[in-house]
Write a protein that binds this ligand. Structure first.
Ligand code: SF4
Length: 327
């Protein structure tokens, strides 16, 4: 018996990396056991921050491949592309009438974006949380997994739902609950910034074992370990952070040997690369298999959009009735 309906969206960023895997995909896979899951590739959201038009189609396909290879089960989970269900834009428009503008411009995430792209403060960027609310409420999701940085958006969605239901006098929209998830912030190979493609500090899940080792060997370690004989501090080393996930058996040894300079950073990284490669071997095999027939992935996404569309049609009809739009 499933505990409720989960919705989560992620921008089409192409091939996924370890940060995406540990921060989201692993959790997506696990949630399927207890919830009815809807996972959406939010291509419309991507347009709000794009400087140049990217190949969103290719990026969506690569991302979907990674999701499937990681263990998303499309026979039960709905996996689709946001723009394939156009009712989300209708709901976005209707919900925007229930949203005070000041609330949107006061959100810390909006202020961050303004600082990041002062030359491109577009209307879509301001309305981003309304579109996100439309995503969640269109599918009547009862649970949304969130990290700390997304919590304000979900609270925002809950407020819109309350306002909508109160003002229309109809309990049409479902107030989603937040499922606080420990999304670990995975740092990139630079050891400073969050792992990300744009910073080129990432390690792709679908990389070859040799590429993975090459990347791992470039990782920045404890800055106090200047020479081989200097003792290290695993707690400040990003290599050690990844060992915590990928090297449970060697962890006590690495912790002790690093502190007494018994192991060098190169050897330590080689162990990590080996363990990442072993861990990802089944994933990579499944991915290669799926990639042989790219149409398969689109079939999954289109079938997902059909199932999502059926829910969306029902909700949008109820919403239009609630606000009195003529049918
Ligand atoms: S030995 Fe390993 S854990 Fe210690 S500083 Fe070097 S890379 Fe980091």
């Amino acid at each position: 018996m499933k505990q409720g309906r989960v919705f989560s969206g992620a921008r089409p960023t192409g091939r996924q990396h370890l940060g995406n895997y540990l921060g989201a995909i692993k959790n997506y896979v696990a949630l399927q056991d207890d919830y009815e899951c809807i996972y959406c590739i939010v291509d419309l959201h991507a347009l709000t921050t794009m400087e140049e038009f990217e190949d969103l189609r290719q990026n969506a396909a690569e991302m979907a491949l990674d999701w499937l290879a990681a263990g998303i089960r499309p026979a039960e989970t709905i996996m689709f592309v946001q723009s394939h269900v156009p009712q989300v834009t209708e709901l976005h428009t209707i919900l925007s009438m229930f949203t005070p503008l000041g609330k949107l411009t006061d959100l810390p995430t909006f202020k961050e974006k303004v600082a990041q792209q002062p030359h491109n403060i577009n209307y879509g960027l301001v309305g981003y949380p309304v579109l996100m609310s439309a995503d969640i409420t269109l599918y009547k999701a009862s649970v949304v997994p969130v990290g700390v940085d997304q919590a304000s958006h979900i609270e925002f969605t809950r407020e819109i739902v309350r306002t909508f239901n109160h003002r229309t006098g109809k309990q049409v929209l479902v107030e989603p609950q937040m499922k606080n998830t420990e999304f670990p912030k995975v740092l990139g190979t630079d050891g400073v910034q969050k792992m990300g493609k744009s910073l080129n500090n990432h390690i792709e899940l679908a990389a070859t074992p040799a590429e993975t080792e090459k990347r791992v060997l470039t990782m920045v370690t404890d800055p106090q370990r200047v020479g081989r004989s200097d003792p290290g501090r695993p707690e400040v080393c990003n290599v050690f952070t990844l060992h915590q996930t990928f090297s449970p058996n060697e962890l006590p040894m690495i912790d002790a040997e690093c502190r007494r300079a018994g192991i060098g950073c190169v050897d330590c990284k080689k162990i990590l690369a080996q363990n990442i490669n072993t861990h990802l071997e089944p994933f990579r095999a499944r991915r290669a298999d799926l990639a042989r027939d790219p149409q398969q992935v689109w079939d999954v996404l289109h079938a997902g959009a059909k199932r999502a569309g059926a829910i969306a049609q029902q909700t949008i009809a109820e919403v239009k009735d609630a606000v009195g739009l003529p049918r």
